[in-house]
Design a protein around this ligand. Structure first.
Ligand SMILES: Cc1ncc(COP(=O)(O)O)c(C=O)c1O
Length: 399
């Protein structure tokens, strides 16, 4: 069936974080929200039907994970990535951020260190600090409009902290990888993943690979799950997947965390025990339906997002050349380099929020390297995107 992504759906009044929060977050209900990572599109019909069917049985008691849910994850990994995973590897959580916290809790002692690559999704840093650990930032390098890993710095970070060996703290225990990367949009290549992974494993650390955006890819890019690269990588990693970004199901709170190594899995589960339940009944139904029947919708979505990206790139080039687009390879988030406007972060914030009335994410919330940038969510009907761009153009011209 043909889906209509141009359709403008009114989300107000649904307790929607993006639209119902505008006054509190941006100071005005007139702000066009293009921040939090969900989409202004209706979900695939088979997913909606599966959830409706489940609601019809009017008992919503404690729910276990059906074997068919696990099979849906196994089949998807095989079909999409030719990655053969075993049923016992899959652990279900109510989100990826909670899995990041559980990973840090499971594998660190106070004052240990965790590598992240800023500018990066804010909860990476807070999952580390909330567990009493320190962030080691292997900052990404922006070279000719393209972000790259600083491999020398990554090696150096481990060398500098090499004092604590084995189980002696403090030392670097984990790296949290964002793959594809929010907000810079990189889809790491097999070569890049291999180099990062070899460094992490050689230094006796574990890679936690957040792959929540892995099915949102622009034309010409493909995803390689970190743990699918080799058996050694599988034995030393935690891969966080979910249908939530891809199929717009974030409110259903269901993620599948793939942990091939039994000991790592046991420690992860021990860390979450009692504080992190599995997904709710509707989340599991949504996850299974998305993975089994969502692809027709997803193909059309990806075409539409490609159209939105092309439209945005052209718009900035032709009408707002002061702002440079860091062209994403994946995700529906676009990282805008606004440093050409010559404004500090406070003025940039005022320009977008108060003058343009557009609600983007300030770059500095993504940590080091984010100052002077804004992140824009383009998963909306083209007319909404065009309206947002027009508002930005007017504000930039009138500044
Ligand atoms: C990289 C990344 N990880 C995790 C999340 C959120 O995951 P969850 O809602 O499953 O906790 C987001 C949301 O934007 C994200 O961009």
């Amino acid at each position: 069936m043909k889906y209509d992504f141009d359709c403008i759906v009114d989300r107000c009044g649904t307790n929607c974080s993006k639209w119902d929060n505008r006054e509190a977050l941006f100071g005005s209900k007139d702000v066009l929200p293009m921040w939090v990572a969900d989409m202004d599109f209706c979900i695939a019909t088979p997913i909606a039907e599966a959830i409706k069917k489940r609601t019809e049985h009017e008992i919503y008691g404690y729910t276990q994970t059906a074997p068919s849910v696990v099979e849906a994850v196994i089949e998807r990994m095989k079909r999409k990535y030719d990655w053969k995973i075993e049923p016992e590897w899959v652990v279900f959580t109510p989100g990826v951020v909670s899995a990041l916290h559980a990973s840090v809790k499971a594998f660190t002692h106070p004052d240990d260190e965790v590598i992240i690559q800023e500018p990066v999704y804010g909860p990476f840093r807070s999952s580390v600090t909330a567990n009493g650990c320190a962030v080691v930032n292997n900052q990404l390098k922006l070279i000719n409009g393209h972000y790259e890993v600083d491999f020398d710095d990554l090696e150096r970070r481990f060398r500098l902290r090499a004092g604590g060996m084995g189980h002696v703290s403090p030392r670097i225990r984990l790296m949290i990888l964002c793959h594809p990367h929010n907000p810079v949009g990189r889809v790491w290549t097999r070569e890049e993943l291999t180099r990062m992974g070899e460094t992490v494993i050689r230094n006796d650390a574990i890679m936690v690979s957040d792959e929540i955006h892995c099915e949102l890819l622009f034309r010409g890019f493909s995803h390689v799950p970190f743990a699918a690269i080799s058996e050694e990588f599988a034995r030393n990693s935690i891969v966080c997947m979910a249908p939530s970004k891809t199929f717009n199901l974030a409110g259903l709170r269901a993620s599948s965390i793939i942990i091939p190594d039994r000991k790592i899995r046991e420690r992860f589960n021990a860390a979450r025990a009692g504080i992190m339940p599995g997904p709710n009944a509707f989340g599991l139904v949504g996850l299974e339906a998305a993975y089994r029947y969502g692809d027709e919708w997803l193909e059309q979505l990806l075409d539409y997002l490609q159209g939105n990206l092309d439209f945005l790139v052209r718009y900035f080039e032709e009408r707002i050349p002061e702002i440079k687009v860091v062209k994403p390879e994946g995700t529906y988030l676009v990282w805008l380099d606004c440093r050409g406007l010559g404004m500090d972060d406070a003025n940039l914030r005022t320009l977008f929020r108060e003058k343009a009335l557009v609600g983007l994410e300030d770059g500095y919330v993504f940590g080091a390297g984010g100052s002077g940038f804004q992140r824009m969510n383009i998963a909306c009907p083209r007319a909404t995107l065009e309206e947002g761009l027009k508002r930005i153009e007017r504000a930039v011209k009138g500044r």
